[in-house]
Design a protein around this ligand. Structure first.
Ligand code: PMP
Length: 369
């Protein structure tokens, strides 16, 4: 049996290595995972209570339209409920956008390097991917604009960008939106928006009011700490969201995810405390990288890409032996051969990581002599 020709070259997604697997393989008892940009502080206790309470209804299908959650998110952001679509993670929203809007022969523009699922889903739909290199680790919006043709359907802007953690500013995005044809959809993937403290960061919700072609993607997987439940969403003009809903599976988000997300939205104090701890973690890591003579891009998400100036695979493997899982830049999904991407953990985890990294740098320096 032959699959579709256009999917045969696609890589199977490689997630961060699970803690239990590392413990088993390396015979370690303590392992710190800073590989998947998960929330080191878990989720709101209110979300946990909601998960337990909804267990009673495990035999009932979820609300396919996610009405209660949609209303809560709409109220949080001051948008109309019709402007929101939920997915099993924002991963699924990316899939649905590609499914609804991309056909063979269409072009879609994204940065090189950025989150790999834009490319992946565009290729599944047979669209032509146009990659525009990052400039100093940041989206080059001018070059992306210059790449627009009359075949361009979607431009993906990952802000903060995974894996570099850099941002494009409100001024840059606005100037870009002023000049891009309104027939081209601009997806602002803001998976890490809750972590951003830089006042130059754009307000996507204001942009949606002014530009009919903008969609923003957000998720409960990062600051909300609900990655295991798989729920994320897109916000845009109602007509656009309706098209996405037309390709959505009937019960694509679970009742557990909806209930937990609803409770989590109502605990903004938890989000604020995570944002604060993350910002302090970034400052600490930056200081430590300076001390170790390592360069990193200015980080705005809950992760940092740091150049270790040596083979990333070696650094990744040696860190693993010391019980710290990061994401190596040698992998296709990251694509920075001498860098590693590390999630900002708790203060204790950050310290453990820095100690392990310092030891690895010393060992690999000796080996190089
Ligand atoms: N967008 C970006 C930029 C991401 O980093 C991630 C998570 N790796 C996602 C989307 C998808 O997250 P989720 O499907 O868990 O919402």
């Amino acid at each position: 049996m032959q699959p579709k020709a256009r999917i045969t070259h696609l890589p199977v997604y490689q997630p961060g290595k699970p803690v239990d697997e590392v413990k088993r393989e390396l015979g370690l008892t303590k392992v710190t995972k800073l590989a998947s940009n998960e929330n080191p502080f878990g989720c709101s206790p209110k979300a946990k209570e909601a998960i337990v309470a909804i267990a009673e209804q495990a035999n009932i299908y979820p609300d396919g339209a996610s009405v209660l959650l949609k209303d809560a998110v709409a109220a949080l952001y001051g948008v109309d409920p019709e402007q929101i679509v939920f997915g099993a993670g924002s991963d699924e929203v990316i899939l649905m956008i590609a499914r609804a809007f991309l056909s063979p022969g269409d072009e879609t523009i994204m940065a090189d390097r950025t989150f790999p699922q834009y490319r992946h889903n565009a290729e599944v739909e047979g669209a032509t991917v146009v990659e525009v290199p990052l400039k100093d680790g940041t989206h080059d919006l001018e070059a992306m604009l210059a790449a627009v043709t009359d075949r361009t359907k979607i431009v993906w802007v990952c802000n903060p960008n995974n894996p570099t953690s850099t941002i494009v500013t409100a001024d840059e995005v606005e100037s870009f939106l002023e000049r891009i044809p309104s027939s081209v959809m601009v997806v602002l993937d803001e998976a890490y928006v809750e972590y951003v403290v830089d006042p130059r960061f754009p307000n996507a919700l204001e942009l949606i009011k002014r530009y009919p072609n903008v969609v923003t993607l957000r998720t409960f997987s990062k600051a909300y700490g609900l990655a295991g439940l798989r729920i994320g969403y897109g916000i845009g003009r109602a007509e656009l969201i309706r098209s996405i809903n037309q390709v959505r599976e009937p019960f694509n988000t679970t009742s557990f995810a909806q209930a937990a997300a609803l409770a989590a939205v109502q605990d903004q104090a938890f989000i604020a405390s995570c944002r604060e701890a993350n910002a302090a973690g970034i400052v600490y890591l930056r200081e430590q990288f300076d001390r170790l003579g390592l360069k990193s891009f200015p980080a705005h998400g809950n992760f940092v890409l740091v150049d270790c100036a040596r083979d990333a695979k070696t650094v990744y493997e040696e860190l693993l032996k010391k019980g710290v899982i990061v994401r190596g830049g040698h992998t296709a999904s990251i694509g920075f051969p001498t860098a590693i991407r590390v999630t900002v953990g708790s203060a204790e985890q950050n310290k453990e990581f820095v100690e392990a990294l310092e030891a690895v740098l010393q060992e690999t320096a000796v080996a190089a002599e």
